[in-house]
Design a protein around this ligand. Structure first.
Ligand code: NDP
Ligand code: 2IT
Length: 447
């Protein structure tokens, strides 16, 4: 429920942003947590903080023309939503997926503000991307698209302004093409303008692994707070991209058994535990489909084309694919099978109905803006290394990531406690993320 004082602000958000259901969903969830803050901090409303937070500081939409391998001209739409810079330069990924539109980018940018605040590092919130679909495109096509995209974006970004990174459909290959074009256009080697770079040219160790590692660590922290842990538990993971692969790796390191992976064509179940090397070969090297895992696992795994990965009985679920991939039916099935923890590696993967069921059941539920913050946090560590022209070891960087995830976990729990909602990570994440941004905005006056 949204508090009556906030309802009119929310109605105004709906009126001014028609046809953007994912954005409405993200705003609603934060508003539902802010009632408790409103009561204790009327000064935030007086300063119009919440109203201002709902309006991005700047939104850029541009044409991205490029020529495909058949000589045909293609036109995509590019976006960058520079949402909030109260805590630092806009920071957040670029998503290349055919479903990308302004509402999706705004939902992701809105979430990013609170997530980045929770990391405790000096980064504001932003997001971007395009409706370009990289599936089935050659390296040459992806390069020409990225060059065209950057030919517009370069003028808007910078180490002190806006620092993009990867998200769905944007990994090291795309960041390479984007950085190459930025460098060419500006004639400046500004490592700190993008994160997720290759290790030879300004990237950070652990950035590739960070989001998945962080989501698994967050699950472990939540369970440890309840006296158990990931060790010995069966874990389902959705997706088979960057976040999913490294969530699976960290689950194994923590002694859990990751039994699933998926993509938009279906899921695989491997009762012996997912063979990570095989998954990486199919997905990272060959850019293939998840069904190939069954064929190459010699009868030890099962591929299911129609069905839900959440039907598989597990103790822990890590949704690591995309928004709204885990609905109320899936939540009921997971709860019926005795799930103890859900840690969101993806952004907003659980529908509001699913989140409500998990919270009512009292299981450990880690919302994306806390559980998947390890990726952007390690991006900020990459920026630190770029600024000091230094490179850190894997061990040191991973230790920093682990400490950041533990600190986010503690912050969420303590904030939930402070507002009389013990164990409610959703409330804790939203309120703690919000307060820091709100206090900075208060300090700056009405800007
Ligand atoms: P990738 O592109 O590497 O992988 C995405 C995976 O999710 C693929 O397996 C893809 O399958 C699947 N997927 C995507 N869209 C859909 C869909 N509509 N239906 C079913 N499956 C889908 O992306 P990432 O791993 O980087 O991102 C995954 C999630 O994590 C996203 O929500 C992203 O916003 C979030 N995230 C990412 C961070 C990062 O550092 N990369 C940081 C924090 C959050 P297919 O190939 O078939 O489309
Ligand atoms: O959703 C996210 O936090 C990301 N895609 C990572 C953003 C970043 O700047 O590293």
């Amino acid at each position: 429920m949204i508090d009556t004082a906030l309802q009119s602000t929310f109605d105004e958000v709906l009126r001014r942003n028609p046809g953007e259901p994912e954005f409405h969903q993200a705003v609603r969830e934060v508003f539902e947590s802010l009632e408790v803050v409103q009561a204790r901090h009327p000064e935030y409303s007086d300063a119009g903080i919440i109203t201002r937070l709902c309006e991005p500081e700047r939104q850029i939409i541009f044409r991205v023309p490029w020529v495909d391998d058949h000589g045909q001209v293609q036109v995509n739409r590019g976006f960058r939503v520079e949402y909030n810079s109260a805590l630092g330069p806009y920071k957040g990924g670029l998503r290349f997926h055919r479903s990308v539109n302004l509402g999706i980018v705004k939902f992701l940018g809105f979430e990013q503000i609170f997530k980045n605040s929770l990391t405790g590092l000096p980064i504001g919130g932003g997001k971007g991307g395009s409706d370009f679909d990289p599936h089935g495109r050659s390296d040459g096509e992806v390069m020409r698209f990225c060059q065209s995209f950057m030919t517009e974006l370069w003028r808007h970004i910078g180490e002190y302004t806006d620092v993009p990174a990867g998200d769905i459909g944007v990994g090291a290959r795309e960041i390479g093409f984007l950085f190459g074009q930025y460098k060419r256009l500006t004639n400046r080697y500004e490592g700190g303008v993008l994160t997720g770079k290759g290790l030879d040219w300004g990237g950070s160790l652990v950035r590739k692994e960070a989001t998945g590692y962080g989501a698994a660590i967050f699950a472990d922290e939540m369970l440890r707070a309840r006296g158990t842990g990931v060790e010995g538990r069966r874990v389902s993971v959705s997706g088979s991209g960057n976040v999913a692969i490294y969530a699976i790796q960290k689950v194994r390191q923590l002694g859990g058994i990751p039994v699933t992976a998926s993509d938009s064509s279906g899921y695989v179940v491997d009762e012996d535990g997912i063979d990570l090397e095989l998954l990486q070969q199919i997905k990272e090297v060959e850019r293939g489909r998840i069904g190939e895992y069954e064929e190459r696992r010699g009868g030890r795994a099962r591929f299911v084309a129609d069905g839900s990965v959440w039907d598989v009985p597990v103790g822990i679920a890590l949704p690591c694919a995309t928004q709204n991939e885990l609905d109320a039916d899936a939540a009921r099935t997971l709860l019926g099978n005795g799930v103890e923890a859900v840690s969101e590696g993806a952004n907003m993967p659980s529908t509001p109905e699913a989140v409500a069921l998990f919270r009512e059941a009292g299981i450990a539920f880690g919302p994306g803006k806390a559980a998947n913050a390890g990726g952007v946090a390690t991006s900020a560590l990459e920026m630190q290394q770029n600024a000091s022209r230094d490179t850190w070891t894997f061990e040191y960087t991973e230790e920093r990531l682990t400490q950041i995830m533990r600190s986010i976990h503690t912050t969420c729990l303590e904030t939930a406690e402070e507002f009389d909602r013990p164990g409610d990570y959703v409330l804790g994440a939203n309120v703690a993320g919000f307060r820091k941004v709100a206090d900075a905005m208060m300090a700056f006056g009405v800007v």
